[in-house]
Write a protein that binds this ligand. Structure first.
Ligand SMILES: Cc1ncc(COP(=O)(O)O)c(C=O)c1O
Length: 496
């Protein structure tokens, strides 16, 4: 239902039963909203009301104002989907009008929408996964080692164009291993993109090291070379050098590696590339995940391909990746008995899950194309609308558009963002704010932060929205989300 359709649900009290019937017929929503000149909701008129009016013998030219009074049931703009559902169930109604603080009708939720949730990024299996998992069962390779693990590592490394890979139980585990292998320990400084998921930073803290957060650049939202340079200079002036830098490739877009890598190299700081969100992306014909001394992928359930949970540490240094495998299996020494010299972890990927991963890797290219098409659908649907800035795909990049994201350019961006997110949630569409930057997280209060000029990542958080982006969204779902975005953005314009 587009805005014009929402407006077409509104009738004045002077309208007649005949008008209401015609409107119900044209809009097919089973309800019209009777509003005064200021759009304040006076009552609703449903099919049932008209039936009862006909049975009572009221002529078609009777005005809606003359109907037996009925207090309108509605909820406010802050109401969640749960509140709407509760009201529907308690009152046995199928429609709930939404009113703003002034009592004006601004939206309508129908029961049909409540059973049709659109997810942000749900798993999307191909044709081969079940067979590969069955193979693991048949051959009894159920343990966290086996032929699928070995093959998944080989196949993923080939896909990314790196020499070696170690499969892990999660992307976070791979980050932890990667930092340890780069020698990060207590008291060390580690540079880290601020605009990211908390898992990029937590292993730094968990190793006793100190994160130093770096802002985003405004185009692609990844680590700002300008802010990085400032950070490196500031540390150098103090006679300090970071032990490593966690550079995140956000939402399916590689960071600006041509600018970042030379800065880090000149400062002697190895890069741990957090490519958890960007498998399948390219920058100047090199795959995301092939830039760092080590890089990390995630196969968590919401990622572009998934093993239900899992990760991978990749790199060209065979010694480091072998070491990662040993550390991920409790660091057992290669002798008959259980001999331990190093502190290890239980971080290896299971052979069953690696089977899923192998099947998923076969459809990765299709998944990238599908997600890019989702992004283009939104961009085309909202083309010509002011006040939106899409996450860019700067020259030289091929993004996967793992998540389709934009920023609302608005004088009160956070209020506008929350109005839109509340609207989408009421209509059973999952959408989220852009990551809250690490330097604004209570967990990292007091950590150092180097801004671009203004605080770019804070502004991206304030106005940023991530939309449903799954490769398995069908045309009807995309059309529904597109139409809801139009309506939601109209509502933001009217309210915020
Ligand atoms: C940027 C980033 N880093 C790390 C992770 C952690 O990966 P995992 O959930 O597999 O531990 C994620 C996602 O979950 C992520 O988005």
């Amino acid at each position: 239902m587009h805005t014009t359709t929402f407006d077409s649900l509104l009738l004045g009290p002077e309208a007649t039963l005949h008008d209401a019937l015609a409107r119900l017929d044209a809009t097919a929503q089973g309800i019209v909203l009777v509003t005064d000149a200021q759009r304040r909701l006076l009552r609703t008129v449903t099919d049932g009301d008209l039936r009862r009016a006909a049975l009572a013998g009221l002529p078609p030219h009777t005005t809606l104002a003359a109907l037996p009074p009925k207090a309108p049931l509605s909820v406010g703009l802050q109401a969640a989907m749960r509140d709407v559902q509760q009201l529907m169930d308690a009152q046995r109604i199928d429609h709930v009008p939404i009113v703003d603080d002034a009592g004006r009708a601004v939206d309508l939720v129908t029961r049909r929408e409540l059973s049709q949730r659109v997810w942000m990024s749900s798993p999307h299996l191909g044709d081969d996964e079940a067979g590969l998992v069955q193979e693991a069962f048949r051959s009894n390779w159920i343990a966290p080692l086996g032929p699928h693990v070995d093959a998944f590592e080989r196949e993923l490394a080939a896909h990314v164009g790196v020499a070696h890979a170690a499969a892990t139980s999660s992307g976070t585990a791979a980050l932890h291993l990667g930092l340890r292998l780069l020698g990060v320990g207590p008291g060390d400084l580690v540079l880290c993109s601020s605009l990211t998921f908390v898992a990029s930073a937590n292993p730094i803290r968990q190793l006793g090291a100190i994160p130093v957060f770096v802002d985003s650049e405004p185009q692609g939202w990844n680590m700002s070379p300008r802010a990085l340079q400032r950070a490196l200079q500031a540390l150098a002036a103090e006679g300090r050098r970071a032990k490593a830098a966690v550079v995140v490739d956000l939402y399916g877009l590689s960071a600006e590696m041509d600018a970042l890598a030379p800065l880090l190299e000149a400062a002697g700081v190895p890069m741990l590339e957090d490519a958890a969100e960007s498998l399948g992306a390219f920058y100047r014909d090199r795959a995301s995940g092939s830039f760092g001394a080590l890089a990390v992928f995630s196969f968590n359930g919401n990622k572009i391909i998934t093993t239900s949970g899992g990760g991978m540490l990749v790199g060209d240094d065979a010694r480091l990746i072998d070491h990662a495998r040993r550390l991920s299996t409790q660091a057992r020494e290669p002798v008959r008995h259980y001999e331990h010299v190093e502190d290890g972890y239980n971080y290896r990927m299971s052979n069953v899950l690696a089977g899923i991963g192998r099947g998923q890797l076969r459809v990765l290219r299709q998944r990238v194309d599908a997600r890019r098409a989702v992004f283009e659908h939104y961009r085309a649907t909202l083309a010509g609308r002011g006040g939106l800035r899409w996450m860019a795909e700067p020259p030289g990049h091929r993004a996967t558009r793992w998540l389709s994201a934009f920023v609302l350019e608005h004088p009160r961006p956070q209020r506008a963002r929350d109005l839109l997110l509340d609207f989408l949630e009421r209509h059973n569409v999952e959408a989220r704010p852009v990551w809250k930057p690490m330097h604004l997280q209570p967990l990292y209060a007091g950590c150092r932060y180097f801004a671009h000029d203004d605080d770019v990542s804070a502004a991206l958080f304030a106005g940023g929205v991530c939309l449903p982006s799954g490769s398995n969204l069908d045309a009807a779902q995309l059309a529904r989300v597109g139409a809801l975005l139009q309506r939601g953005l109209d509502l933001v314009e009217a309210q915020a």
